[in-house]
Design a protein around this ligand. Structure first.
Ligand SMILES: Nc1ncnc2c1ncn2[C@@H]1O[C@H](COP(=O)(O)OP(=O)(O)OP(=O)(O)O)[C@@H](O)[C@H]1O
Ligand SMILES: [Mg+2]
Length: 270
């Protein structure tokens, strides 16, 4: 009798499959009569950078905004299907949306700092701040600015207005603010598209660090960036998922011709 060794064959360079922190199943989204997402079934693994690529208008933002219920407020929004985060059905009516948004943090395309000081920005989303001492608050500010590699740059000016930071620093501050509420999943929607190449690289380096502790879902238009940082890749087109799998598979051995063309940056009619 042959016994399974339990070993799995992994493509060179690919990480083994990790547990799914986010599972989307048969998700359909409409804005009014427009059918925007069609039968989406994807899994985002924990401690990985799960990267979504696809042409403009393919539904990438709509998909990630579904994971923390950001679409709820859009007029005419209607969704069917299921999304589980850490095993919890987040489309259920009984879900506490504010709590969900703490567990599933989001960073947007353009840095969106509040007209407050650097330290106040880090603490902005935290509950029960009044229960903390000044020293405890400072510690949280320091920890999160260290996590986002900003501490050395701003530790001497924590009371300065956040808008006085460079755009790249502002984006890392937004990430620090997102991390301060201790999310499990961090959604990043083209976080580097308004940054210069050096600041973009700093955010990429940061994501590579953060994946050790968080589930990262990252949307980018930049194929080279996806190649540098992604573990798992989802290719979307026209409201649907064309293909998903390890970065190695999609870049080197895709099943679909459309995937090959898109990732080779050839003209692709989808
Ligand atoms: N609030 C809305 N009302 C109506 N249609 C919308 C709304 N938001 C998005 N859409 C449409 O849904 C489709 C998907 O948009 P989405 O923003 O998800 O695409 P995307 O892949 O993120 O594009 P991009 O790469 O340009 O950011 C587009 O056709 C868009 O016009
Ligand atoms: Mg988008």
């Amino acid at each position: 009798m042959t016994r399974s060794t339990g070993l799995r064959i992994i493509q060179p360079g690919a990480l083994p499959e990790a547990a799914a922190a986010v599972k989307v199943n048969d998700l359909n989204v409409w804005f009014g009569t427009a059918h925007i997402l069609r039968e989406i079934a994807v899994s985002f693994q924990e401690y990985r950078i799960n990267c979504i690529v696809g042409p403009s208008g393919s539904g990438k933002s709509t998909l990630i905004r579904s994971i923390n219920r950001m679409n709820d407020d859009v007029a005419g929004y209607c969704a069917k299907g299921t999304i589980h985060v850490d095993g919890k059905d987040i489309m259920s009516e009984s879900i506490n949306v504010a709590k969900l948004r703490q567990e599933v943090g989001m960073v947007f395309q353009k840095p969106c700092v509040f007209p407050k000081s650097i330290s106040e920005n880090v603490l902005f989303g935290m509950q029960d701040l009044k229960k903390l001492t000044v020293q405890e608050r400072l510690q949280i500010v320091e920890n999160n600015l260290k996590l986002t590699a900003l501490w050395r740059e701003v530790s001497h000016r924590l009371h300065d207005k956040a808008v006085t930071l460079s755009l790249g620093q502002q984006q890392r501050l937004c990430i620090a603010r997102t991390l301060a509420v201790k999310p499990k999943v961090v959604l990043l929607d083209e976080p580097t598209s308004s940054l210069d190449p050096v600041s973009s690289r700093a955010v990429e380096e940061l994501m590579l660090e953060l994946k050790k502790e968080y589930t990262i879902v990252f949307v980018t238009h930049n194929i080279q960036q996806a190649q540098r940082v992604a573990d798992h890749l989802v290719f979307m087109c026209n409201g649907g998922v064309i293909e998903q799998g390890s970065k190695q598979k999609l870049f080197h051995n895709p099943e679909k011709e459309l995937t090959r063309k898109y990732l080779n940056e050839e003209y692709c009619d989808c």
